[in-house]
Design a protein around this ligand. Sequence first.
Ligand SMILES: O=C(O)CCC(=O)C(=O)O
Length: 242
Amino acid sequence: METIRSKFIKEGFIKIDQLITADEVATLRTLYDKLLQDTVKTAHLRSDLAGADNSADRKVERITQIMRPSTIAQELIENTAYKKAEQWAKHLLGPDMELDFDMMINKAPNTNTPTPWHQDAAYWIAMPDKRSASCWIALDKVFEENGCMWFIPKTEGTPVLPHKNLPHGGALYCETDSSEAICIPLNPGGCTFHDGFTLHFSQGNVTETQRRALILNFRPKKMIEFEREQGVDHTGERKQRN
Ligand SMILES: O=C(O)CCC(=O)C(=O)O
């Protein structure tokens, strides 16, 4: 465990082969699919990371993002995934780490739309305590062709780079040299953890099936309070804040 922790601190990401069991994955998949299909209940939390292009040939959501899904499906929180991820976050960064927000990111079949290179901290306000850990849980087998995660190992003092939005309010992206990027395939129930400054990306899904990921973000309790005091609850528009 200690080597994993040092690797996370040094490189900014780690992989855990099996965070949750097949049964826990099955329970999450059921809840996940229900939320994906419920465009009414999720409307205020839902958007396309690819951008809201409503032209005739773009009616299908390509990268569906649903923020804070546990605010509408409380059963999610009861899934052991949340407890196990929190234990890991505390192990990696300290006992004051708590869940800030959860989100779903689904890549629909045959949509071939990458999530561009970015750092999560670009989305967040600047915080005095910069510790954070995002647990990206695969609910499907993930590999290059359906959009597994890629990371660029962090170097000391990596700053937040300038980011722009994809057209139509899509994801934030930045320019980076990705020649050292590492691809992390996972089985269902496996996960990665990355910190807010680590550059990451995923290729588009060119397979016949969806690619479902549940993401849980942890940061110090005091920083969650700091965010909430400034009205930040991770349900707002996508823009660079840091
Ligand atoms: O699932 C993806 O394609 C991207 C995920 C991501 O950017 C994140 O979890 O911060």
